[in-house]
Design a protein around this ligand. Structure first.
Ligand SMILES: NC(=O)c1ccc[n+]([C@@H]2O[C@H](COP(=O)([O-])OP(=O)(O)OC[C@H]3O[C@@H](n4cnc5c(N)ncnc54)[C@H](O)[C@@H]3O)[C@@H](O)[C@H]2O)c1
Length: 259
């Protein structure tokens, strides 16, 4: 008996990084996984990878900033697998700049994806989750930047901090359906968002992401970096019945980056 046998999980931002690792781990633990991302080609590779390993998967591209896309994703997940037990709101990006240099566009895209995107997905899934005795699990993805603030990340810190209030409100409103809602605050996970900015080639939504070498070296001097696979394990815990009585909590998964 695996931890997620018989469960259906929807995971956003699952084309790569932490979301992909969540999807692979959940499938290994017996869940039928419906993945979504704004980038369709790598997303479909994740579906194929899960199926090739003998797991159950489906996928549909979508932009979490658009409620209609989120509704389409949830509808297709239910069309394919019949229900939604678990929702992981993982899609996010960084768009760093010092306060006096940050543009409206940088603020908006970051807050829209992390904060409004999570609200959109929860609203879209409500059609399938708000049932007596549903006992579903929602896991949101924040950052220690939302707990401690971070130089160059006023947009990201505000969005991730906002997810904490959002999470507690969902936990309170939906607790009567047996649904839990928690949020993970990660520290440093090795993905394209945390690679060396000066040498990374990959752009995300038209801008370079990553961390300046100087800052990155300083972080790595103090904390043990996580792989996406390391980062997926606490998501599995919060999505499983082991965490059935944990709700409205912020789980700090940061190797002591913030304590
Ligand atoms: N990497 C870290 O150290 C770290 C630390 C704290 C929090 N986080 C959070 O973890 C989550 C995953 O990040 P990651 O590090 O795996 O980054 P990543 O860039 O590897 O993965 C993020 C995924 O989200 C997708 N995405 C972006 N905008 C989207 C949109 N509008 N709609 C749908 N999908 C969209 C991307 O295409 C990408 O596949 C994010 O919410 C991020 O803020 C990461």
């Amino acid at each position: 008996m695996e931890k997620l046998d018989g469960k259906v999980a929807v995971i956003t931002g699952a084309a790569r990084g932490i979301g992909r690792a969540d999807a692979l781990l959940f499938a290994k633990e017996g869940a039928a996984v419906f993945v979504s991302d704004i980038d369709e080609a790598p997303l479909m590779e994740v579906v194929k990878e899960i199926e090739a390993a003998g797991g159950k998967a489906g996928g549909c591209a979508g932009d979490v900033t658009k409620l209609e896309d989120c509704q389409k994703v949830m509808d297709k997940a239910v069309e394919k697998f019949g229900k939604i037990d678990i929702l992981v709101n993982n899609a996010g990006l960084t768009r760093d700049a010092l306060i006096h240099k940050m543009t409206d566009a940088q603020w908006d895209i970051c807050v829209d994806i992390s904060l409004k995107g999570t609200f959109n997905c929860i609203r879209a899934a409500s059609k399938y989750m708000l049932k007596a005795g549903h006992n579903g699990k929602i896991v949101n993805v924040a950052s220690v930047a939302g707990l401690m603030g971070n130089i160059g990340q006023i947009n990201y810190s505000a969005a991730k901090s906002g997810l904490i209030g959002l999470t507690k409100t969902v936990a309170r409103e939906w607790g009567r359906f047996g649904i839990t809602c928690n949020v993970i605050a990660y520290g440093f996970v090795d993905t394209r968002l945390t690679r060396e900015k000066e040498t990374q080639q990959e752009e995300v939504a038209g801008e370079a992401v990553g961390i300046p070498k100087k800052v990155r070296d300083m972080i790595l001097f103090q904390v043990k970096p996580m792989t996406p696979e390391d980062a997926a394990k606490p998501v599995l815990f919060l999505a499983s019945d082991d965490a059935a009585f944990i709700t409205g909590q912020v789980l700090n998964v940061s190797s002591g980056m913030y304590m």
